[in-house]
Design a protein around this ligand. Structure first.
Ligand code: HEC
Length: 382
């Protein structure tokens, strides 16, 4: 069986191949500046960066929108998609503009990169860089047709196309979300990016200092390299910090009882929600399987310390989908073996991903790493 998302591909330029399309004008190119200096021109800038909210990987805004909507490296306009996976997209029409390298801690072939000439051209990185550049050229040369399809609403295609776009929210350096391709602003970002020849971020490095985060890093020839970007504020690796920044805001809505205090004042000053809102009641099944609240429904002050006992060393509940030998919510010193971590990574073998709903991981790797750090330190009730 093909993954369901294959059925929803954007078959971009097929109609154009058959009938020959007139390119509507892509308009002016506003490149902007990689250093982020304000250059005064209004509208989107092709060099504006966004970050993948799961792994922090940077792309230019237009690059991210096209990558997310045209196959995301796995179907339709992706080189790795073959046969039925292309859903009729002709061979070679590849718009896969995924980075050729991330930092060496993620991909060891990205350590000690050499210029791509002579023997160096054969390195895995240089081969991936060449493929990226060729896909970028293909994307740029089809720019007018791509914009026609987007403007005509042929893309993104239908309700399922929505899901493709929603899989990974991209965040801007100011931590707001990148507009979607089906908004006027999203379309204009892609139009400008194509008008500028579809420049791509080719690889990343880890920023040596926080100040460097958004600056370009040292590049080889004909590539753009930028430092891995912001992930937002991270919790401390303590249960109370994790509780208030993650559990209370993203889990208690389902793992808590219906709460009459939904819109009223929680006397607890640590409550991060506006006007002291206390969430809960959204999923009776989730609440039956796991209660992440405390004994006083009107004052959340003790909720972190009291909910600790529902997770640590506690086997999965009969009310959930995971009850079975050895399935434990949090196993002190074993992050990867803990059901809670597996569910946050959407790699669990029972029940669903957490927070439930999107079918994929939605909490960033950086935040999950903090939770694992806490578990690996023995998951204390601190
Ligand atoms: C939209 C509702 C919803 C949200 C939000 C949600 N959960 Fe759940 N959760 C459920 C349901 C329903 C189950 C039981 C079915 C299953 O395991 O898939 C469950 C089960 C679990 C279990 C397994 C408990 C057991 O005993 O089987 C864990 C662990 C868990 N959730 C953790 C979390 C964490 C951590 C978050 C926040 C990051 C979260 N959940 C957010 C609905 C939700």
């Amino acid at each position: 069986m093909l993954p369901r998302r294959l059925l929803v591909c954007a078959i971009l330029p097929i109609a154009c191949l058959a009938s020959g399309c007139n390119d509507r004008d892509l308009g002016e190119c506003n490149l902007g500046s990689l250093e982020g200096d304000e250059d005064g021109l209004p509208g989107p800038k092709a060099f504006d960066l966004v970050y993948n909210s799961i792994d922090g990987r940077p792309m230019f805004e237009g690059q991210a929108l096209v990558q997310a909507s045209c196959g995301n490296g796995s179907f339709c306009h992706a080189p790795s998609a073959v046969g039925a996976g292309r859903i009729g997209v002709p061979a070679g029409l590849d718009f896969d503009v995924q980075l050729a390298c991330t930092d060496p801690s993620v991909d060891p072939t990205c350590a000690n990169l050499q210029p791509c000439e002579g023997a160096g051209a054969q390195s895995p990185y240089c081969e991936r860089l060449e493929r990226l550049q060729s896909n970028r050229d293909t994307t740029a040369s089809w720019g007018g047709d791509i914009m026609n399809e987007i403007r005509d609403g042929t893309m993104p295609p239908g309700a399922a196309g929505e899901q493709v776009q929603n899989d990974t929210p991209w965040i801007r350096p100011n931590l707001t979300e990148l507009p979607r391709l089906d908004t006027k602003e999203g379309r204009d970002i892609v139009r400008n990016w194509l008008a500028c020849g579809a420049p791509v971020v080719a690889r990343t490095e880890i920023a040596p200092t926080p100040q460097n985060e958004l600056a370009p890093c040292q590049s080889l020839e004909d590539e753009v390299c930028v430092y891995s970007g912001p992930q937002g504020d991270l919790p401390d690796p303590t249960w109370s910090s994790i509780y208030w920044s993650l559990i209370f805001t993203q889990c208690v809505t389902c793992h808590g009882p219906a709460n009459s205090n939904l819109n009223s004042d929680d006397p607890n000053p640590a409550n991060p929600l506006e006007t002291g809102t206390i969430p809960g009641g959204a999923s009776p099944q989730g609440f039956a399987a796991l209660d992440l609240t405390g004994s006083d429904p009107a004052d959340t002050s003790n909720w972190p310390s009291e909910s600790h006992g529902a997770l640590v060393d506690v086997p999965a509940s009969a009310a959930g989908a995971c009850e079975g030998p050895g399935v434990i919510n949090v196993i002190p010193t074993d992050g990867p073996g803990s059901l809670m971590i597996q569910k946050m990574r959407a790699e669990q073998t029972c029940g669903r991903e957490m927070p439930l709903g999107s079918g994929t991981q939605t909490i960033s790797n950086a935040v999950i790493a903090v939770v694992e750090q806490w578990i690996n330190a023995g998951a204390p009730n601190d």
